[in-house]
Design a protein around this ligand. Structure first.
Ligand SMILES: Cc1cc2nc3c(=O)[nH]c(=O)nc-3n(C[C@H](O)[C@H](O)[C@H](O)COP(=O)(O)O)c2cc1C
Length: 188
C-alpha cells in the first residue's frame, strides 16, 4: 500500500480522508478501514448517513479518528468540524446512497459532500455493499455507469453482500488502493 505524504501546502499536516459510511450491516467493521487508512498516512474523519449512524460504535470511531462522527449539517456560523477532504472513501456504500448520489440528490450531509466532490475535483472511491437482488435493479447499473463517467473509482472486487449485509471478507483496503493508484487499479 502506498503511503500518503504530508500536504505540500500545509507542512506537517497529513492529508485528510473522509470515510463516508452508509447503513449496511458490514459498517460495524469499519474500524478495519480506519486502522488501514491511518497506517497508510491519512488523517481520517467519518461522515455517516443518518441511517448509518445506527450501525456504528460512535465512541470507538471517535477514539480511533480523534474527530466526532459527522452526520448532519453544521449550524450557520459554526466552525467546520473537519478540514476539507483530500480524498473520499465511501465504504460501505448502499444501493440507496449510490442511486441518490448518481441522481444528484443531496438530502443527507453524506450525499451533499459526495455531490459536491465532483465539482471540487476531490478523488473519490467507492466500495459497494449491495446484495445480488438489489444489484439487478436497472437503476443500479445506470448509477454505477454515471458515477464512473464522473471519474468516481468504484471497486469491482466487493462480492455482493448477503441480505443481512454481513460479510467477514469485505475488502475494506481496496478502497484505499483505488485512491492510491487510480480507477483502473482493481479493474477486472
Ligand atoms: C441489518 C441491515 C443491514 C442492511 N445492509 C444493507 C446492505 O448491505 N446494503 C444495502 O444497500 N442496504 C442495506 N440495508 C438497507 C439500508 O439500511 C437502507 O436502504 C437505508 O435506507 C440506507 O440508507 P443510507 O443509504 O442513507 O445509508 C440494511 C438494512 C438493515 C436493517
Amino acid at each position: 500500500m502506498s503511503q500518503q505524504s504530508e500536504r505540500s501546502d500545509q507542512p506537517g499536516r497529513k492529508p485528510f480522508l473522509y470515510v463516508v459510511v452508509c447503513a449496511a450491516g458490514v459498517a460495524r467493521d469499519v474500524d478495519r478501514l480506519l486502522v488501514a487508512a491511518r497506517e497508510a498516512g491519512w488523517d481520517v474523519g467519518v461522515v455517516a448517513t443518518p441511517q448509518g449512524l445506527g450501525f456504528l460504535d460512535a465512541a470507538a470511531v471517535e477514539a480511533r479518528t480523534g474527530y466526532p462522527i459527522r452526520s448532519g449539517w453544521r449550524a450557520p456560523g459554526d466552525p467546520r468540524p473537519f478540514p476539507d477532504p483530500d480524498a473520499i472513501a465511501v465504504a460501505p456504500a448502499t444501493f440507496n446512497t449510490i442511486n441518490k448520489w448518481a441522481a444528484g440528490i443531496a438530502d443527507t450531509l453524506a450525499l451533499g459532500i459526495l455531490c459536491e466532490a465532483y465539482g471540487l475535483g476531490v478523488p473519490t472511491a467507492v466500495l459497494p455493499a449491495v446484495n445480488s437482488h438489489l444489484a439487478q435493479h436497472p437503476a443500479y447499473a445506470e448509477s454505477l455507469a454515471r458515477l464512473r463517467s464522473m471519474g468516481v473509482r468504484i471497486s469491482t472486487g466487493a462480492p455482493h453482500t448477503p441480505r443481512s449485509g454481513d460479510t467477514a471478507d469485505f475488502p475494506w483496503e481496496e478502497v484505499l488502493e483505488l485512491l492510491a493508484h487510480g480507477p483502473d487499479s482493481t479493474a477486472r
